[in-house]
Design a protein around this ligand. Structure first.
Ligand SMILES: *Cc1c(COP(=O)(O)O)cnc(C)c1O
Length: 468
């Protein structure tokens, strides 16, 4: 028997194939040749299973590889999961103003140029001033992300020193952020105190010594310890730290700037209150409850913020011009007291009834069922908090539907609830309802059945007309 692997088509022959030629014109020769080489390489390996590939197999396989590469590129999608700040789906959706600001700053911009006197200017000055004002801090600085902000604060205040943290607060925020490792990478030594469920003022007092660089509190943003628990108040910790002459740093996680009257946010710590309780520095993310772009903020005592600003890591962690512009636009909404201009807040605060109406309007034209759902804030924030919502339940095997919706244009991500594929309206901006309608119609192969009068439409138990 001859080894059929010897019969693989040549690169020259493959490049002459019309389908490959078309792809070369669209995607560039380099990408296509690399994909062909990879396919040929796989066909040549002795472990290759099945019958050996001929010319057409190689072409089909290569085009599939290139298609898969294209699908992996960054793209807009519709978030029907009901998780408002979904880390895998980009956390906070940006406001129109923030998007416009990013676009405006994308070319040449005044990121480090002072338009008043035509000289070099400080990067991020506006964001610093506005962040400080909004959380009642002396000064603030924005860096790449929350993890970067914490790392910078620890590196600036406590390199080669101990950082005292309660054992109840040694958090992991999604795989790559583990508090002990962040402290180690920042050059500090973790000094654990107390126990998982109970830590007392005396534990902190006993731990502080000459080599202590900071006292750190970390908000348990993605878990909850309940039952026999105890932890000192922020004021207690500030007192212990002040008495020992050690800075008190508070990693808040979510970026709530001031106390909120939203019932879901009653237990969420905020930057203003933490600083009022005499935390020296607070640290938080820009793309969680703040509702802005990916960023990390350090705010508080002017002298300590300045130490962070001058640290070499600050340069390594700096924010790019487009995100700075988006952060300014986000903060501007707070300064104008117009938090609802931020989609993340509009979604968190959306009334269930408004979501029900939107779901109903979509369901009626698509002949679908409306179902009550439970959405969550997400983004590693507010564990245990749920928000009543409404969605569309789709008929059919949920896994097949999920795969079909991932292939839609734009892709739609939903979730499986009680064995059914559901699209939750809370995490979809109302402006995207038409796009969602079209995606559902395309996946189900249904037009606007109601408008065409084709067939009866299923009515749910919560007919709004009856109540209005
Ligand atoms: C989310 C979070 C972080 C990490 O912030 P990123 O912006 O994701 O880097 C750090 N600490 C806490 C308490 C968090 O909740």
């Amino acid at each position: 028997m001859t080894d059929p692997r010897g019969a693989l088509p040549s690169m020259t022959a493959l490049l002459r194939d019309p389908a490959i030629g078309e792809r070369v014109a669209a995607a560039g020769r380099g990408r296509v040749v690399a994909a062909l080489r990879a396919t040929l390489g796989e066909a040549r390996t002795p472990s290759a299973s099945g019958p050996v590939a001929d010319h057409d197999d190689i072409v089909t396989e290569t085009l599939a590889t290139l298609d898969a590469e294209d699908r992996a590129r960054s793209t807009r999608l519709l978030n029907g999961t009901g998780v408002v700040l979904h880390t895998n789906l980009g956390r906070a959706p940006l406001s129109e103003a923030a998007v416009a600001a990013m676009v405006a700053a994308a070319g040449a911009s005044n990121v480090e140029y002072d338009l008043t006197d035509g000289r070099r200017g400080g990067r991020g000055g506006t964001a610093s001033a506005w962040l400080a004002r909004l959380c009642g801090a002396d000064d603030a600085i924005a860096v790449n992300n929350g993890a970067g902000a914490l790392m910078l604060a620890v590196a600036a205040l406590a390199t080669g020193r101990k950082v005292v943290v309660s054992r109840g607060e040694l958090v992991e925020i999604g795989g790559s952020f583990r508090l002990p490792e962040i402290l180690q990478a920042a050059g500090a030594v973790l000094h654990e105190v107390g126990t998982t469920n109970r830590t007392h003022v005396a534990d902190y007092e006993r731990a502080i010594e000459d080599m202590t660089g900071a006292l750190l509190r970390v908000h348990a943003s993605n878990y909850r310890i309940e039952g026999f628990v105890a932890a000192p108040t922020d004021l207690d910790l500030a007192e212990v730290a002040a008495a020992a002459g050690v800075p008190f740093v508070y990693d808040l996680g979510s970026g709530l700037l001031a106390p909120s009257d939203h019932p879901a946010l009653r237990d969420e710590p905020d930057a203003t209150s933490a600083l009022q309780a005499d935390a020296d520095l607070v640290v938080f993310s820009g793309d969680k409850l703040l509702g802005g772009p990916q960023a990390g903020v350090i705010a508080g005592d002017a002298r300590l913020v300045e130490r962070c600003r001058r640290h070499p890591l600050a340069r390594a962690l700096r924010v790019d011009k487009a995100r700075l512009a988006a952060l300014e636009a986000t903060l501007d909404a707070y300064l104008r007291d117009d938090r609802s201009a931020l989609p993340a807040w509009a979604q968190l605060e959306a009334e269930p009834r408004a979501l029900q109406l939107r779901a109903k309007a979509l369901a009626d034209t698509l002949d679908l069922e409306v179902v009550p759902t439970t959405s969550v804030p997400g983004g590693g924030a507010l564990p245990g908090v749920t928000l009543p919502s409404w969605g569309l339940r789709l008929p059919g095997p949920p896994d097949d539907l999920a795969a079909a919706f991932r292939r839609a244009d734009p892709p739609v991500v939903g979730r499986v609830d009680e064995g059914a594929f559901v699209l939750d309206l809370r995490s979809v901006p109302p402006a995207d309802d038409d796009a969602l309608h079209d995606a559902v119609a395309a996946v189900l192969g249904r037009g606007p059945s109601r408008a065409e009068g084709s067939g009866p439409s299923r009515r749910d138990d919560h007919d709004l007309q009856d109540r209005a």
